[in-house]
Design a protein around this ligand. Sequence first.
Ligand code: IVH
Length: 682
Amino acid sequence: MDKKKAKERIEQLTREIHEHNYRYYVLAEPGISDYEFDKLLEELQKLEEAYPDLADSNSPTQRVGGQVTKKFPTVRHKYPMLSLSNTYSREELMDFDKRVKKALGNTYEYVCELKYDGVAISLTYEDGELTRAVTRGDGVQGDEITNNVRTIHSIPLILREDPVSDLEVRGEIIMPHKSFLHLNAEKKNKGENAFANPRNAAAGSLKVQDSKIVAARNLDCYVYSANADNLPFESHWESLKALKKWGFKVSEDVKKCKTIDDVFDFINHYEEKRASLPFDIDGVVIKVNSYARQAELGYTSKFPRWAIAYKYKAEQAITTLNDVTFQVGRTGAVTPVANLEPVSIAGSTVKRASLYNEERMAELDLHKGDKVFVEKGGDIIPKVTGVDTSQRSTNMQPFSFATHCPECGTKLRKNHGEAVHYCPNAKGCPPQIQGKIEHFISRRAMNIESLGQGKTELLISKGKIRNIADLYDLDYHDLIGLEKTIVNPDTLKEKKISFRDKTVKNILDAIESSRNVPFERVLYAIGIRHLGETMARKLARHFGDIDNLKNASRDELLAVKDVGDKVADGIITWFDDPENLKIIERLKEAGLQFSTETDSKQERGGALDGKALVVSGVFSGFSRDEIKEFIAQHGGEVKSSLSSRTDFLVAGDNMGPEKRKKADSLNIPIISESDLQKMVRE
Ligand code: IVH
């Protein structure tokens, strides 16, 4: 075949395949068999291979993927992608309607649509051809994922009929339940982690570099808006009709509503129908139909005033309560946990749910084998909201609250007036030991983070450490070769931890460096109750060393600025315990800093001593917390709001104009991040 003929055939095949693709994926009315379709596609692929210069980036062959994007470029949106104000309350929806009525009189109508639970996408078409697809990102700019989006069959690569020359279309990319279940089953077989819900699966899939993998994920897309400088219609409804005509998938589940009562009918209808839809929705979107009326209402800085999302409450399911177990937290607090017959709620499997405390458990009056209602909202831990007592039989046994700690067997206690039971064996109860050690090694304390993520659990379970001082006795031979499989109790996912040469060296290095951590952080790290970072810093400065602090009377403690009863009691109780004193002695021997004199930063004296600073805005070199720490380390005090006693306002980017005005009116010098560093160096 000569090139001219090849070109003609390529064009014909392209047209035909696009048409069949549209019929199959958008209209769900296939015109030919899969076999015939594959034959056409194969013929086109062969021709494109033979004449690569005739292959087009919007050829139907692009649907199968193959393009690899190493890094998705950041692109600015032509029209910012705003979000919608949303509500769970019918009253607030009535209020929205009142506001609309007040502004527009009685001459308006709404369009109700589903609120698809997926990933928002902006699709740009130039002269009818898809040229780019960009994620929402922060609304101003997003990631360009065009190659991946081309694999989604319901997104036209070339528009049908009357294209507007420069068109932007918005919609939601979703993963239908069928694709989601298939993908997770496949992941499970491969021993990989499953996606928690279809939205995460869609978002994760769109960020895969190899578009062949994206093609296999069977994503779908519903569009819900068109933007162009001169759109040839006057209402949202007309735009939906046009989008359909151009070849997009527009949901049939849309309705024009004249009154708010019609809107509620739509909401009620889909609240019921929701469970049987083939994809997730999280609510309904209500939009004023006429573009002119939309323009009259306008926008706030974040949302259009002409639209609102009504979100459905968390999804519920009924399942069997198999058991109630008790979980001991890092602080010793004991939480009852419902162990459930696994049930799927909003796309993820729920096996456990929190029962909070004894009171809540008693209110629910749970019996073994009860049918319970379980709710899951957003990312919050699932909870049991009620019992279907009509399904209870007389021989079912009630649950009662644990009397002893499930971890160490100690009798549980409850403080007068508090709802929480706790295990008093703070020093011998494994999760509590772990809690203390995790606090000690945390970044803002001793910063031995190479010991994080399950490694402390391993060391405790192997009997290598029982308290914070034991860390400084560890050597290479204690650690090398240790291993354990740790199970996350919520997800039941297993993770193997093993100590190889590099891990061990990193841990020992971090322990070594922690010997230089200044006293104020050591004081915070040892875990005196109610002693936060700021208070630890104040006390370290005031008393100078640990012995002065230990010997301070209650009155002397209370005389320190901001020290109240709670902190004073916490300190006294802590030093009253001989085991804590032993730990301090061992840590001293290990070379930790227990006085401000040996603290190098203190020796230089505080350049900001006695100064009050307010920090505002975003910083490039430091995080906001780091700036605050920096100020405190040099003797300054960070205040949350400006007053006549403020010495400096440290301003980053995007500081609000009001703050600047106020600082000016109070004659407070405004300094930058680098000014601050200079002040300290001088
Ligand atoms: S319209 C300016 N319609 O909800 C309003 N959004 O909170 C533009 N969404 O980012 C959005 N279904 O990802 C609109 N039928 C629908 C929608 C919808 C889902 C998502 C979209 C948007 C978010 C807004």
